[in-house]
Design a protein. Structure first.
Length: 353
């Protein structure tokens, strides 16, 4: 039998299996990750090799360096994930790999490795969107969570509100028209002279500051679920530069706090309003910015006043990981997805929905 015939036969057999065991592989940016997840919600292993210390000296991720480190790490990461789960490749029903979005060279490492594994071990392979992965992290964190809900996607590459009626029935109702919120955090961090990654550094500095500086919000008077962070980012930069030119010393903690308060309130106001407008009783937070402490506090406070429950993953599942990819793969299978072709390619961009 050919490779295609074998994996198709295996794939058809596992579709109705409740406890499908999936090996997830993630390499979209600067984390090389692998995980084994059972039934979409039970984590059997979770291994992440982070490159933060490597890229910190450059003030951000250097794509070529990231790719090289993925190549060095991926074999050990996958083998350790199997070891921690007390399994071998014979126990794996399917492989799920991030094919986009992200850094193309970094993605290619994970995709190439996953395809080679699939071909050599005759294990079915599915291609998972990084965005779906972030959303699915909540199914692991909150095992009782099921659609419908309103999803707030907030990361370094995407900012959007997604109306989720079922696992495979989603609708984009709002998105950023320019910068993603995570990108704005990183750029403001650089202007303030903070280390990479910028988001946690801004949050830390903001804790000792006060929101005394007024930065303008976009879309005044407009009824929209969209976002725009370019103006806010520029406002912070102009505030710092104008005071520097005047020789006025700024309080960096107040700048960080004022920026964070404005950026977070935009997220919270839009998603709570969307949930109310569409009569959704649950809000799900997905993406790295979901780890922001102030976002969690403000969202919980405002959502509870409207009788809305908020779900978000633990901090280690907010940032890039393979648990979320394996979980997303499970729900894709249950929703009737197709196998990835052996010539699967990586993509730096993917549609949000």
């Amino acid at each position: 039998m050919s490779y295609e015939e074998i994996v198709n036969e295996k794939f058809n057999k596992i579709k109705d299996k409740k406890d499908i065991i999936i090996l997830g592989i993630e390499s979209s940016c600067d984390e090389t990750a692998a995980a084994v997840v059972k039934g979409g919600r039970e984590v059997l292993s979770n291994v992440v090799a982070s490159q933060i210390d490597i890229h910190r000296r450059f003030g951000g991720v250097v794509p070529e360096i990231a790719s090289r480190n993925h190549i060095t790490a991926i074999d050990n990461v996958v083998n350790n994930a199997l070891k921690d789960a007390n399994m071998t490749f014979k126990d794996i029903d399917c492989i799920a790999v991030t094919y986009g979005a992200g850094l193309l060279g970094a993605l290619l490492v994970g995709v190439s490795y996953a395809k080679a594994l699939s071909f050599a071990k005759k294990i079915p392979l599915i291609a998972v969107s990084h965005i779906k992965g972030h959303i699915s992290a909540n199914y692991v964190a909150s095992k009782e969570l099921e659609p419908p809900y309103m999803c707030l996607l907030c990361s370094g590459g995407h900012t959007a509100i997604i109306k989720t009626d079922d696992y495979d029935k989603v609708e984009l109702i709002g998105s950023t028209l320019d910068d993603a919120v995570g990108e704005a955090f990183d750029k403001v961090a650089r202007v303030l002279g903070l280390h990479y990654p910028g988001g946690p550094e801004v949050q830390k500095l903001a804790e000792s500051g006060k929101p005394t500086i007024k930065f303008n919000k976009p879309f005044k008077g407009e009824k929209t679920y969209n976002f725009s962070y370019s103006g806010l980012k520029t406002g912070v930069i102009n505030y710092i530069h104008n005071n520097e030119e005047k020789g006025v010393e700024i309080n960096k903690a107040d700048v960080a706090c004022s920026f964070q308060e404005t950026a977070v309130s935009m997220l919270v106001d839009n998603v709570v309003r969307a949930a109310v407008d569409y009569n959704m009783k649950k809000i799900v937070v997905a993406g790295g910015v979901g780890a922001n402490k102030r976002l969690r506090e403000m969202l919980k406070e405002k959502a509870s006043k409207k009788g809305i429950e908020v779900y978000y993953p633990p901090l280690n599942l907010c940032t890039d990981n393979a648990v979320m990819i394996a979980s997303a793969g499970y729900f894709m299978i249950k929703s009737g997805c197709s196998l990835a072709p052996i010539d699967l390619d990586a993509s730096s961009t993917v549609k949000i929905v």
